[in-house]
Ligand binder design. Structure first.
Ligand code: TZP
Ligand code: MG
Length: 217
């Protein structure tokens, strides 16, 4: 497994930013200290074709400037084309081991899972980390599964202690402590940064909360 700093994993697509420029939001989030970024270009207003390619390259350039890994959600071909740092796939996005074969050993592979069984399968397929949620209620994913809390995260941590896990779904600076205390390596957010009045301050306060939780645990 490759090393990856999942402490503050920001996920964004262009339609997650209602007011303003998504690239500005990403730049501010990077200034605030996000440790990983995933481009998740989804939904009816998602960019397509050349526009998506250009947006992805701009996000990638920004991430490179700040030395932060740039991960592409779902679109394996795009990730290979622009030489992204990794790919993240869900359970409905095809076979994770086929994705691993396509991207080779150097790129990061993340897989969304909802059970111990799916976590074990993700590891066998070559996942470097898994995402688990939704921990809390989320408005950012139309087809989100029921709220899962942190019980399953703890289960996976005790069964596969070396597997990096990131919690996702409705997480903010104010509620992330329970996620970190369940044994997650970090937390993943869309709206807590993308919808923040000041994404830089939001990212910094999430990073501070993660660090404080670790120190006091
Ligand atoms: N997968 C499970 S919940 C979710 C995804 C992509 C959305 C998380 O967004 P938010 O705004 O941080 O709740
Ligand atoms: Mg998916």
């Amino acid at each position: 497994m490759r090393e990856i700093d999942l402490r503050v994993y920001f996920i964004m697509g262009s339609s997650n930013v209602q007011n303003g420029d998504p690239l500005k939001v990403l730049e501010q989030a990077l200034r605030g200290g996000i440790t990983c970024f995933q481009l998740r270009e989804k939904g009816p207003d998602a960019l397509q074709g050349d526009e998506k390619l250009a947006f992805a390259k701009s996000c990638q350039r920004l991430c490179e400037t700040f030395g932060v890994p740039f991960i592409v959600n779902d679109d394996v071909e795009l990730a290979i084309q622009i030489d992204a740092d990794g790919v993240h796939v869900g359970q409905d996005d095809g076979c994770a081991s086929e994705v691993r074969n396509k991207i080779g050993k150097q790129k990061l592979l993340g897989v969304s899972v909802h059970s111990v069984g799916e976590a074990t399968a993700a590891v066998s397929a070559g996942a470097d980390y898994i995402g688990m949620g939704p921990v809390f209620k989320t408005d950012s994913k139309a087809d989100a599964k029921p709220v899962a809390g942190t019980t399953r995260i703890s289960e996976v941590v005790s069964l596969i202690p070396d597997l990096p896990i990131v919690g996702i779904g409705g997480i903010t600076a104010d509620n992330l402590d329970v996620v970190m205390k369940s044994g997650a390596s970090g937390i993943s957010v869309i709206s807590a940064i993308a919808s923040a009045e000041n994404p830089e301050i939001a990212a910094r306060s999430i990073l501070d909360s993660v660090e404080n939780t670790k120190v006091s645990s």
